[in-house]
Write a protein that binds this ligand. Structure first.
Ligand SMILES: N[C@@H](CCC(=O)N[C@@H](CS)C(=O)NCC(=O)O)C(=O)O
Length: 404
């Protein structure tokens, strides 16, 4: 055991998933310190300890390293039960997980599109990236900034199927999501009622660090979805002990008597066994877009391909990368489904069917390295000098996955 009592969150101020993890740790009031990383830390600390060049990652007081926000949140929930983000109600908890996964992964494309496809946003973030991440650029500042922009566009714009024929669809995904969230948040503080749930943290990632602050999407949010704009700030401000202090006090007393992890006393305002009406359009969108995309990816992965094409709502996306982490998240959802009690499974099945979400199983699981099963714990690996230099230019973008 090290002398440190706090968790250490390695993060970046411009990063989508870092914002999600920061908000979660703040909400749960888990003692932590923030370490803003630069490229030296990325290659000399994060890469050797986690095997990836990604943030956020957490170093525990025991010296363990954790990655990937979804399994990290589960890890923390098991150890810090006060202010749970998952309802005790199995039916609601399953759909919170589904919404979190959808929001995490399917909002990524529009978020990256608005940041890097529009000149005003791109120039601003090229500069922020340079200043936040590359304090001592090896070449000239101008060249380094151009390289950073080129790398982001190659990986996340062109590399994620954003072309002339898909642009309007990608932008539509953002605007429709705003409308769906706006409809819920006009009457409700958070998506499931009066306290944040896992679904809120999922949507928060893109809404906080991209859409509400990048010039082009932020203007759209301010004009078209003011309640979402207000929710972003509310999420950042939320602390479990003040959102529902009475519920938490009761929970703490109960925890001291019973096993940790008991979620019985904390209630969302959505009635047990039901979802707010405003979730239906989101579920239908998941069934029409994200799940067919994942099925096509699973088919491609099972056939040993690294790229695939898929038509979503009559729009063809070409040459999309197979992303093992996303397949692993889908498998996790399937596993959670299997773990439901029989009654809850029947109810979940009916809702999935009604909202066109039954392709959750379509296409098999794809090829996944067994190492995913230990997430959020990650294994470090020795990284030689040349590998560091190579990674400095290449990074470890999403399609790389965990290697055997
Ligand atoms: N699945 C991960 C994703 C983390 C992630 O993609 N982080 C981005 C920043 S938001 C990153 O570090 N990307 C590295 C790269 O683009 O090379 C999570 O949930 O934390």
């Amino acid at each position: 055991m090290s002398a440190r009592a706090k968790f250490r969150l390695y993060y970046m101020d411009i990063s989508y998933f870092s914002g999600k993890m920061q908000a979660y740790l703040r909400y749960k009031q888990i003692p932590h310190e923030l370490v803003h990383i630069d490229w030296r830390m990325m290659t000399n600390v994060i890469l050797p300890n986690t095997g990836m060049m990604q943030v956020p990652v957490v170093e525990t007081p025991d010296g363990e390293w954790l990655r990937d926000t979804t399994p990290m949140i589960d890890w923390f929930e098991a150890r810090y039960p006060a202010g749970p983000v998952l309802p005790a109600d199995e039916y609601q908890a399953f759909f919170c997980r589904l919404l979190e996964d959808y929001a995490d992964e399917w909002m990524w494309r529009p978020a990256l599109h608005y940041r890097w496809s529009f000149k005003k946003d791109r120039e601003l973030y090229g500069r922020r990236f340079l200043e936040d991440f590359i304090f001592h650029p090896p070449g000239t500042r101008w060249l380094t900034k151009r390289f950073l922009i080129y790398r982001q566009m190659k990986t996340y714009i062109k590399g994620d199927g954003i072309r002339r024929n898909t642009r309007a669809h990608v932008e539509g995904e953002y605007r429709q999501t705003l409308q769906r969230l706006e409809a819920i948040l006009r009457d409700s503080k958070f998506l499931l009622g009066d306290r944040p749930s896992l679904a809120d943290f999922g949507f928060f990632a893109s809404m906080f660090r991209h859409f509400s602050i990048d010039p082009t999407p932020a203007r759209i949010m301010r004009e078209e979805a003011p309640a979402v704009y207000a929710w972003v700030a509310r999420m950042w401000e939320a602390r479990h002990s003040t959102v529902d202090p009475a519920g938490d006090r009761k929970l703490q007393t109960k925890i001291s008597k019973k096993l940790p992890g008991n979620r019985q006393n904390v209630k969302w305002s959505a009635k047990s066994g039901r979802l707010p009406e405003g979730w239906q359009p989101i579920l239908r969108a998941i069934g029409a877009t994200y799940l067919p995309y994942l099925s096509a990816m699973a088919h491609a992965s099972a056939a040993g391909r690294r790229k695939f094409n898929v038509t979503i709502e009559d729009v063809e996306y070409r040459n999309l990368p197979v992303i093992p982490y996303r397949l692993w998240c889908r498998k996790r959802l399937q596993d959670h489904f299997e773990g439901l009690s029989e009654g809850a499974r029947r109810k979940v099945t009916a809702t999935l069917r009604e909202s066109g979400c039954d392709q959750l199983w379509e296409g098999g699981q794809g090829l996944l390295s067994a190492q995913y099963d230990s997430l959020p714990r990650c294994e470090g690996r020795p990284v030689g000098f040349f590998s560091r230099v190579y990674r400095y230019f290449e990074g470890t973008a999403w399609h790389r996955g965990i290697r055997r």
